[in-house]
Design a protein around this ligand. Structure first.
Ligand code: MEV
Length: 324
């Protein structure tokens, strides 16, 4: 990409997993999330046709269109417009913005979020302007709102900072210290997961029985606090049972699925220390906490149990600097 033309700006952003606290984070409880740098979205700005303004090109999606022609709610165009505004660039330059991503789509790994962050970073680089992480994160949050009504803000935060975070809605994120790195196997059910629909389903269930759901959220919040202490204290052994407990509560909330259950069960049966669904659920991915030596065996078992894709990744501190 960008071989034929000079690259004016490049932006990259990682995938993410929510280690603890998805859904309850929408209701003001804490969550812990980490970037997954094994997969990423990338945007590159190259010179476009003179007088044409900005062209957005997503070869993987077979899409190429002019910013000026895009409707106001077109998500990629929305990112570009917001970024131009944030950077005070009133007249769009003649640029082509090309986007690629290796992050599984609709799978709870933040693919749309990372595409937005990568595009904004690429535009800022091409314009030679700074786009500090908090500003980038706010900008990506505006785009998230277009996709699903009331996002908590955890996804844009972890993807924009590209760092492990402890997050409470409406508060500045706290960067987490990972005292001892640990390994995850991330496995995809192959069933698309719609964040909007899953969040709406939880909302309906919460409206129908607020007492029960508030209690579930509180139990998850307690797990998140214990997980934070374990992560920062290097007590990796404590994390597996906490993942299992978090998964059980997510299942009670109605966001698991037969496919997710099959993968979670297979991971545990093959030596994972703990396992849970990640992100919105009802499809998408699950994660298993696995000792390094067993990662390939667990990934193999997950593929046999129906996983369409497995990613083996290490959660570690250095990810914090991966995209700065
Ligand atoms: C989706 O990745 C995470 C959810 O908690 C929604 C949100 O936080 O906005 C399900």
């Amino acid at each position: 990409m960008g071989d034929e033309f000079p690259v004016l700006g490049r932006g990259i952003a990682p995938g993410k997993v929510i280690l603890f606290g998805e859904h309850s984070v929408v209701y003001g409880r804490p969550a812990i999330a980490a970037p997954v740098t094994r997969v990423w979205a990338e945007a590159i700005v190259t010179p476009g046709e003179p007088g044409v303004g900005i062209t957005i090109h997503a070869p993987d999606l077979n899409r190429r269109f002019g910013l000026a022609q895009a409707p106001p709610d077109e998500p990629l165009a929305f990112v570009v417009r917001l970024t131009l505004e944030a950077l005070d660039l009133s007249s769009p330059p003649d640029w082509t913005i090309t986007i690629r991503s290796t992050i599984p789509i609709a799978a709870g790994m933040g693919s749309g979020t990372a595409v937005s962050a990568a595009m904004a970073r690429a535009i800022a680089a091409a314009a030679d302007r700074a786009l500090p992480n908090p500003v980038l994160s706010d900008l990506v949050y505006q785009v998230e709102r277009l996709h699903h009504g009331s996002p908590s803000g955890v996804d844009n935060t972890v993807v924009s900072y590209a760092a492990p975070v402890y997050f409470i809605r409406g508060q500045p994120p706290q960067l987490l210290r990972i005292a001892r790195p640990f390994w995850l196997v991330i496995a995809d059910t192959g069933v698309p997961s719609s964040t909007r629909e899953a969040v709406m389903a939880v909302r309906r269930a919460w409206e129908a029985d607020r007492v029960r759901f508030e209690a579930l959220f509180d139990r998850i919040a307690a797990i998140v606090e214990r997980a934070r202490a374990a992560i920062e204290g290097g007590d990796v052994d404590a994390l597996g049972p906490l993942m299992d407990e978090n998964h059980a509560l997510l299942r009670e909330m109605g966001v698991s699925s037969p496919e997710l259950e099959r993968l979670v069960t297979a991971a545990r049966a093959h030596g994972a220390a703990g396992a849970k669904l990640v992100g919105a659920g009802r499809g998408g991915n699950m994660i298993a906490l696995v000792e390094r030596e067993r990662t390939n065996a667990v990934a193999e078992a997950l593929r046999s149990a129906g996983a369409t894709r497995c990613i083996i990744t290490q959660v570690r501190q250095e990810a914090a600097n991966a995209y700065e």
